[in-house]
Design a protein around this ligand. Structure first.
Ligand code: ZN
Length: 309
């Protein structure tokens, strides 16, 4: 049995997955304590301990905000601020010395869950997963392994600049919270989709823009077309580097089925030679991708072997 943990800003979700069926056999949610690292760590242990009391498990995988700096081993860039600067993975290993443990971020967990058991299951060795939610993140699998990278930056598509940026994308350059300008996230996240709409119209929520487009409202249709063009530009630059077998979309924006044929048609012209036909598909696991990807992470890292029936 595989134990997977998805640590979010408000809750910690833990599951036990049976690798023979890919089914979740236990699921547990507890609130995330964020005021001190000690309190946070205790809240993580509560979830793990309760799941350990229910099943015998072979590994623990953790999906966490932020990433591990390879040079220092310490957490960085987490929106649960008390986690930054802490050696979270070593502390977990010390608490559970007899179980293999691995940790990565939520976008990587999306890629892993879909590659192992979801919409990218048919891929033989590569995929790109992109989360289009409140923010924009990504995960890359090459040769069957997740690419964390030297600085934990593998797949951070959200903080590349939007390719071919022009005044049609934004009236002026906009600075991202990360310090850079015109990051993809400012345009491609659900928040970005609403932000760029509000530059030219009265504010609307993303679901309202899609609903009005469905009723034939031209300005909404044009906004969606423009968004798809921006996303195709961002994806095209990645295809030119890693040329994955499949591109998966997750997060709130990925639930809008109308996007897929438009993005698919726009992708090829933004790739070298203009002919790339990489399938762009919706992630299958929805909100469960975090815990499932985390559960399969130690398998992908070779820390544990699957005992499939
Ligand atoms: Zn940024």
């Amino acid at each position: 049995m595989l134990l997977g943990l998805d640590i979010g800003g408000t809750k910690i979700e833990g599951v036990i997955v049976s690798p023979s069926t890919n089914n979740v056999v236990h699921r547990l949610r507890k609130p995330t304590v964020k005021n001190t690292y000690q309190g946070f760590f205790t809240s993580v242990r509560l979830v793990i301990d309760e799941l350990l009391s229910r099943e015998s498990i072979q590994s623990i995988g953790v999906g966490s905000p932020g990433s591990i700096n390879r040079q220092t081993g310490l957490m960085q860039g987490a929106n649960i601020v008390c986690l930054n600067g802490e050696d979270f993975l070593s502390d977990l290993k010390a608490a559970y010395p007899h179980v293999p443990i691995a940790l990565t971020n939520d976008a990587n967990c999306l890629a892993i869950s879909e590659y192992e058991t979801g919409a990218a299951k048919q891929a033989s060795n590569s995929c790109l997963a992109v989360i289009l939610g409140t923010g924009c993140g990504g995960g890359v699998i090459i040769n069957g392994s997740i690419v964390d990278g030297q600085h934990g930056l593998g797949g951070e598509i959200g903080h590349n600049p939007l390719p071919y940026f022009s005044e049609h994308d934004d009236g002026a350059s906009t600075q991202c919270y990360c310090g850079a300008w015109n990051c993809n996230e400012l345009f491609l996240s659900g928040t970005g989709f609403e932000r760029t709409w509000a530059l030219k119209h009265s504010p609307l929520s993303a679901p309202d823009i899609f609903a009005k487009a469905h009723l034939g409202e031209q300005s909404c249709i044009q906004h969606i077309e423009h968004y798809c063009d921006q996303l195709a530009r961002a994806l095209g630059t990645i295809v030119n580097i890693i040329d994955p077998e499949v591109i998966l979309l997750g997060g709130g924006m990925s639930n809008q089925d109308v996007l897929y044929p438009i993005i698919q048609a726009k992708l090829a012209p933004y790739t070298f030679g203009g002919k790339a036909s990489t399938p762009i598909v919706k992630a299958m696991h929805g909100d469960s991708s975090g815990v499932l990807g985390a559960a399969y992470l130690p398998v992908m890292h070779g820390l544990t072997k699957l005992r499939r029936n």
